[in-house]
Design a protein around this ligand. Structure first.
Ligand code: SF4
Ligand code: SF4
Length: 153
């Protein structure tokens, strides 16, 4: 059994999500920030629309959660993804999400940090939410419809 912090060469091509070490699992996340956006879901159709309004803990300058290790205690609704949860979360995750892609049998996109060595190519491809969000505390809940952005999912 591989150590939790072990990252094996090209692991994303060789192992299923449930077979990855903790470090490998974390590395599949490209850090796009799209799962930190407020989404509107139609309760009848389960259709999801993405807004450009971000969770209060999202730091758009770094495109990262500002307090990742204790995020659940600050934002109880934050979904902590696990291999077991990907199937049921796939409908609201963006199509570019590394977990969703691997779960559905696709390859990682060419800009993925695992392939390029860092997040820069992802940001340059416009695939992340860096510097393009509005914090949720600046938006009234009843106005969220006005912040729906097509093409984010
Ligand atoms: S959408 Fe997927 S890849 Fe992007 S930050 Fe969220 S978990 Fe990571
Ligand atoms: S708590 Fe952090 S990881 Fe969770 S949605 Fe907010 S910014 Fe994203």
């Amino acid at each position: 059994m591989a150590q939790p912090d072990h990252i094996r060469p090209k692991f994303w091509e060789k192992y299923k999500l449930g077979e990855m070490t903790q470090a490998e699992w974390e590395a599949v996340c490209d850090g796009c920030g799209k799962c930190c956006l407020i989404k509107l879901e139609d309760p009848d159709t389960a259709q999801v629309e993405y807004t450009n309004v971000a969770c209060k803990l999202f730091d758009e300058a770094t495109c990262r959660c500002a307090d990742y290790d204790i995020r659940k205690s600050i934002v109880p609704s934050c979904v902590v993804l696990t291999p077991e949860k990907i199937a049921e979360a796939a409908y609201w995750l963006p199509d570019s999400c590394g977990y969703k892609l691997l779960h559905q049998g696709y390859e990682l996109p060419v800009w993925h940090p695992l392939l390029t060595g860092g997040p820069e190519a992802m940001h340059e491809a416009g695939a992340s939410m860096i510097n393009r969000t509005i914090p949720e505390y600046e938006v009234d809940e009843e106005d969220l419809e006005d912040y729906v952005v097509e093409g984010l999912q």
